[in-house]
Design a protein around this ligand. Structure first.
Ligand code: ZN
Ligand code: ZN
Ligand code: ZN
Length: 318
């Protein structure tokens, strides 16, 4: 097995990870060869050696990070091959929060892990190689650039940046798309993606570990409400709405700074137009958007309301 190699890009001040054997990884296999399905009696063995399960976590066979230099794990949300995070039952989505919490605790406690990153790539547009509903967790042996930027925002704002930004969004109100008791979902003031949305804990919680059980339930509700809204946005049930879901929590390098929130980056600008990262975004680092966050928020609120009224009318969204 090839070792992962880290190289420091002096020009950008960032680490680059070389995980060469990832080239060999399974790419969109037919459903009957899905490695994330349970291993059925007499059937071909998969990554999960049991005939049924609720949520499964295992080490990625093609890891970007591997012990003792971090870790890479796969989190399979269900033993059913088809479906999505949004389509999970409420109980399963709630259980998933506890699984994420446990992995944050366990991976974060490791000597070499400075940042635990829970994420999901959904849709071939964001590079998904397996359709079975699943997410991933990377445990980085260094603090990656985005968490570094968020810590710098805390310094710039003289306190917790997500607390301050949440207060601004709530007082403005135009970009808030959903709220429950413990979680607020909004299109951020300076969204970079047309339908970018942040799911933010109301109370200051550095990570899943500090959340009360009802806050974890509220987080599951906020996330599922948003992604179901995404699926309803362009009314293209045959083509699931692609997104990257990125959970930001406190680093695990000894600092307690952080405020649990989840950022979703959908690459679609319209039902069939993708946003490409081109010259300005790649070469200068400046996003050019052709949609205003306030207008996207109106559309998202409408989509979320449509899902809610369909559910109220007895449609099965459980
Ligand atoms: Zn499967
Ligand atoms: Zn905060
Ligand atoms: Zn963030």
């Amino acid at each position: 097995m090839t070792e992962t190699e880290l190289r420091y890009d002096e020009l950008r001040g960032e680490q680059v990870v070389y995980a060469i054997d990832r080239q060999e990884r399974t790419f969109l296999p037919p459903a009957e060869h899905c490695p994330l399905c349970p291993t059925l009696p007499g059937g071909e063995p998969t990554e999960i050696p049991v005939a049924a399960f609720e949520i499964a976590v295992f080490e990625n066979r093609f890891p970007a990070f591997r012990s003792p230099h971090g870790a890479a794990e796969v989190v399979v949300y269900t033993d059913a091959h088809t479906g999505s995070f949004g389509a999970l039952s409420r109980e399963r989505a709630q259980a998933l929060m506890w699984v994420w919490r446990h992995r944050y605790l366990e991976l974060g406690a490791r000597e070499n892990v400075e940042y635990v990153f829970v994420f999901e790539n959904r849709g071939v547009q964001v590079g998904v190689t397996l359709h079975h509903p699943h997410g991933q967790i990377y445990a980085y042996p260094f603090l990656p650039p985005v968490p570094v930027l968020e810590l710098q925002a805390d310094e710039r704002l003289g306190g917790c940046a997500p607390c301050e930004l949440l207060a601004r969004e709530l007082s403005d109100g135009r970009r808030v798309v959903y709220e429950n008791e413990d979680v607020v979902v909004y299109v951020p003031y300076a969204a970079r993606w047309a339908y970018e949305a942040h799911v933010v804990m109301r109370a200051h919680r550095p990570s899943l570990l500090e959340c009360e059980p009802e806050e974890l339930d509220a987080l599951a509700d906020g996330l599922q409400t948003l992604v179901r809204g995404y699926d309803a946005l362009f009314d293209t049930p045959e083509r699931p709405f692609p997104y990257v879901m990125a959970m930001h929590q406190a680093p695990t390098d000894g600092r307690a700074h952080g405020h649990l929130h989840v950022e979703l980056y959908p690459p679609l600008r319209t039902a069939n137009k993708l946003k490409y990262l081109a010259g300005s975004e790649q070469g200068a680092g400046t996003f050019i958007s052709d949609t205003l966050p306030e207008e996207s928020a109106v559309m998202l609120r409408r989509a979320i309301a449509d899902v809610a009224s369909a559910a109220g009318a007895g449609a099965d969204v459980g």
